[in-house]
Unconditional design. Sequence first.
Length: 91
Amino acid sequence: MITWWGSFLVVLASAKANTPRSIDRRPDQAQSERRRLRSRVTDELRGEVVQLYASGMTSRAVAEEVGIGRTTVLNVLRREGVTIRPQGARY
């Protein structure tokens, strides 16, 4: 015997499985492998981050190039005493 509550749970479960949230949103495999390989930010990596940013790359581009997060790039730059450029012209 199925109660009204049991049938409600079945309907709810099937509705949830078809929502947009169930779409696979994993990053591409190459990007996730790069991030998985690096567990610590080394002195060599810090130098590379500072050099790339000083050459004119954006923090987002530097993060993508070296395979770390943008927030990590900004934290490295702050710790190294680099002045962070503004995001863009504000009107």
